[in-house]
Design a protein around this ligand. Structure first.
Ligand code: PLP
Length: 401
């Protein structure tokens, strides 16, 4: 990398990574967001805050999560060795708890009493409800009625954890309407509440803040990988929905001589239009208060998207990813539902690990790349465990026998 310019971690003062990001807000929310920015800059350098977050990570979340050499899988696959960063071993079963605990701690620091958010499949809702219970905060999760019907176990989890689940009954009654509803609730109550975004998306400072809370993944993984092998990996790999687990891993390796792959869901294929490969097929647009690559209709409105992984079907993507694509530092590639299914079953059978369908996208690409490479090592972020996906898997894919 000596020839190359060092990649600096953004964003600029206005929240832009290159030309992406920013904050496009209704005027009433200018001040509440300015307060969040100000509070975040204070805590980011506050020793007591950092110490408390560190303690939570260790004693509540179960960090550090291991890096695991998947020997059997690697041998069967052939080519480069596969290593897994086991974010599936976090409390609640995925990386989302990394930023939800950070957001909860920030809320407490700001003297807020309530966390507000939307959720699609319910994963962000469950992680945030967990943080709210931990910090003794109220929690209000907006969720489309269609999703509520589809995701009964997560709705029960949120309610058990003490969160109020607000059904959204207008429009298509899914994620987009849930975002609108949660934003309205926040507008009405921003003195008491804070809006907690579920990925490296949304208006500044969320893409920066959520990335910073997820950095722990990359920092740990880089150290652990070196301890295990004495080297850095030849490549690293993560799935990209909004992009938080990927940014967490990537941030520690941006200036290392290793290839970086962000894997997007190709769903049923590009010809069908049923995918969510934003970086590959999208073009610049604005969604939910920030600028990014966007899968959009002719009129610029967000297009309908699809993936077998409900955590990946978002028509936008984090602004830092867009910038890293334009810089050429990260390669954004795709994985179809079918490729994802094969990788899912391989990991179950070879290693005794049932991955989240989202994470199986990253693994599928890594397996393909490993065969092409022939030797070397790839590190994959296993962002979550597959328990939440069992009903879907059995119904659609069977037992893989
Ligand atoms: C939500 C989720 C994702 C996608 O979110 P990112 O912000 O893109 O990381 C990936 N994996 C799992 C297990 C998830 O729950």
């Amino acid at each position: 990398m000596s020839e190359q310019k060092r990649i600096e971690t953004g964003p600029d003062q206005e929240g832009f990574f290159g030309k992406y990001g920013g904050k496009f807000l209704p005027p009433q929310l200018e001040r509440p967001f300015a307060e969040i920015i100000e509070a975040y800059h204070r805590i980011a350098n506050d020793a007591a805050f950092i110490a408390e977050l560190r303690s939570i990570r260790k004693h509540f979340q179960g960090r550090p999560t291991p890096v695991y050499h998947a020997r059997t899988l690697s041998r069967k696959n052939g080519g480069a060795h596969i290593y897994l960063k086991r974010e599936d071993l976090n409390h609640t079963g995925a990386h989302k708890i990394n930023h939800c605990m950070g957001e909860g701690l920030l809320a407490k620091f700001m003297g807020k009493r309530k966390l507000i958010a939307e959720t699609g499949a319910g994963q962000h809702g469950v992680a945030l409800a967990t943080a709210a219970a931990y910090f003794g905060l109220e929690c209000e999760i907006h969720m489309g009625e269609v999703d509520i019907a589809k995701q009964a176990p997560n709705v029960s989890r949120m309610r058990l954890l003490g969160a109020q689940v607000v059904p959204v009954s207008f429009g298509l009654r899914t994620l987009k309407e849930a975002v609108d509803s949660a934003f309205q609730a926040y507008l009405a109550d921003y003195e008491n509440a804070i809006y907690c975004i579920g990925s490296v998306v949304g208006p500044h400072p969320f893409p920066m803040m959520v990335r910073d809370f997820q950095r722990v993944v990359g920092i740990e993984a880089r150290e652990q990988f070196q301890e295990l092998t004495g080297n850095l990996p030849d490549g690293i790999c993560a799935c990209v929905g909004g992009g938080s687990n990927a940014m967490g891993l990537f941030s520690a390796f941006l200036n290392d001589p290793c290839a970086i792959y962000g894997v997007e869901p190709l769903g049923r294929g590009p010809q069908t239009g049923e995918h969510a490969a934003t970086m590959t097929y999208g073009k610049e647009g604005i969604i939910h208060g920030f600028k990014c690559y966007l899968l959009q209709n002719e009129d610029g409105s967000p297009a309908p998207v699809y993936s077998c992984a409900s955590g990946l079907d978002y028509p936008g993507v984090g602004p830092e990813h867009c910038h890293l694509k334009d810089l050429g530092r990260v390669q954004y590639v795709t994985c179809s539902d079918d490729e994802c299914r094969d990788a899912f079953f391989s990991l179950c059978r070879s290693e005794g690990i049932i991955p989240a369908i989202e994470s199986a996208h990253a693994l599928a690409y890594a397996l393909k790349r490993a065969r092409e490479m022939g030797s070397g090592a790839l590190l994959v972020n296993l962002s979550g465990r597959g328990d939440k996906d069992l009903d879907y898997v059995i119904e659609n894919w069977g037992l893989g026998g």
